[in-house]
Design a protein around this ligand. Structure first.
Ligand SMILES: *[C@@H]1O[C@H](CO)[C@@H](O)[C@H](O)[C@H]1NC(C)=O
Ligand SMILES: *[C@@H]1O[C@H](CO)[C@@H](O)[C@H](O)[C@H]1NC(C)=O
Ligand SMILES: *[C@@H]1O[C@H](CO)[C@@H](O)[C@H](O)[C@H]1NC(C)=O
Ligand SMILES: [Cu+2]
Length: 344
């Protein structure tokens, strides 16, 4: 009792004297640009253990059961809150210089939600399309496995696009694709076969199934040679243009999965959105790592679609309802706060 009294006295003395001087608050440790205490070593889908894959999928399902944090918006679940943010900001974060920075941080926030809100304890994951056997149909990819993946193709005849006579919602097929083939039908196998999403297609809000139309349309963008070619760009400007060019290495993954993934606005209805964007982010990361002195903080491209200016490192990007505003600079070195990840 007496010893305890002395100890607590010493503790009080220590906390009164030492704490205010030496101990920064936890928040202060997470200042953007500072070193992370934990790094998420991102790993490709097929390099996760089967147990990790199942846990990841369960976490995605969990996120779609949690309520949104900001109930004043259109999202009905926490999962949809990420999709809603993407819908809201689509016209501000595509075909601009901060396309890759914005999607990098969106992926971080989504991965963190799976870990912190839904108990996923494995690494954040991504899709390296070049590992799919080009001699086999895309549906043979382990990504589309119905037991340990995200389920397969949409079933023809189970979904009809709502009419959009004035093209108000941004539903449109990629050039050379037919809308009815791409919005083929509801996914009826695998973990998301009973899913109801409430946002999309496009900017509409309708309750509907997870729609896909898996196809080989853009496979050629994902040969090892084609991806090497993207990585051989020697300026950020040419790199970002080659990534974003329709229907290149960004649009290609959207087009091949088909359905909701082909929609610029509502693509985040499909959990594969985050694996595809993780794959793109990894290309950016690899491009940066090949010459960090010159590339880690290289940025260019307009601040608005069809703008003639260039985005700077100080440009602010926002994530309504998901997290605080950050600057483009804060995304450039993924190993620092607030992103804290690397690729194995
Ligand atoms: C529909 O709108 C999108 C953008 O929202 C545009 O890219 C597309 O060309 C339009 N399609 C038609 C047929 O007007
Ligand atoms: C924007 O950056 C690109 C690539 O560095 C450059 O070619 C272009 O001249 C810049 N435009 C302006 C308006 O500064
Ligand atoms: C975050 O960024 C958005 C868009 O630039 C801006 O409208 C908003 O005021 C910013 N919020 C804060 C808290 O700075
Ligand atoms: Cu996007």
């Amino acid at each position: 009792m007496r010893a305890l009294g002395t100890l607590s006295f010493l503790f009080l003395l220590w906390s009164a004297v030492a704490v205010p001087v030496h101990e920064p608050s936890v928040g202060a440790l997470e200042v953007p640009g500072t070193k992370c205490s934990i790094i998420d070593n991102r790993r490709e889908w097929r390099d996760l253990t089967t147990e990790q894959r199942l846990k990841y999928i369960n976490a995605v399902k969990c996120l779609h059961k949690l309520p949104p944090k900001d109930k004043t918006r259109a999202a009905t679940t926490r999962f949809e809150e990420f999709q809603a943010t993407h819908i809201l900001l689509t016209d501000r974060v595509h075909l601009v210089g901060h396309f890759l920075p914005w999607h990098r941080h969106l992926g971080t926030l989504y991965g963190r939600a799976l870990q912190e809100e839904c108990g996923y304890d494995g690494p954040t994951t991504y899709w390296d399309w070049t590992r799919d056997d080009m001699s086999l149909p895309l549906l043979n990819s382990p990504i589309f496995d119905s037991a340990t993946g995200f389920g397969g193709d949409g079933v023809e005849g189970t979904y009809t696009l709502p009419s959009d006579p004035n093209n108000q919602t941004g539903i449109f097929p990629f050039p050379g694709q037919q809308a009815s083939k791409i919005w083929k039908g509801c996914v009826q196998d695998g973990p998301f076969k009973d899913w109801v999403v409430h946002l999309g297609p496009g900017r509409m809000n309708t309750a509907h199934c997870l729609v896909r139309g898996v196809n080989e349309f853009m496979r050629s963008a994902y040969t090892a040679a084609s991806v090497e070619n993207v990585l051989s760009s020697n300026s950020f400007e040419s790199f970002r243009l080659i990534i974003d060019r329709l229907p290149g290495v960004h649009g290609g993954g959207h087009a091949m999965v088909g359905g909701e993934m082909t929609n610029t606005y509502s693509a985040g209805a499909d959990p594969l959105f985050y694996l595809h964007h993780g794959g793109l982010d990894r290309l950016w990361w690899k491009w940066q790592q090949a010459d960090p002195t010159n590339r880690l903080y290289a940025i260019s491209g307009p601040t608005t679609q069809r703008g003639r200016d260039n985005v700077t490192l100080d440009f602010e990007i926002d994530f309504p309802a998901l997290g605080p505003n950050i600057t483009v600079r804060d995304t450039m070195d993924s190993s620092l706060y607030p992103n804290c990840f690397t690729y194995e």
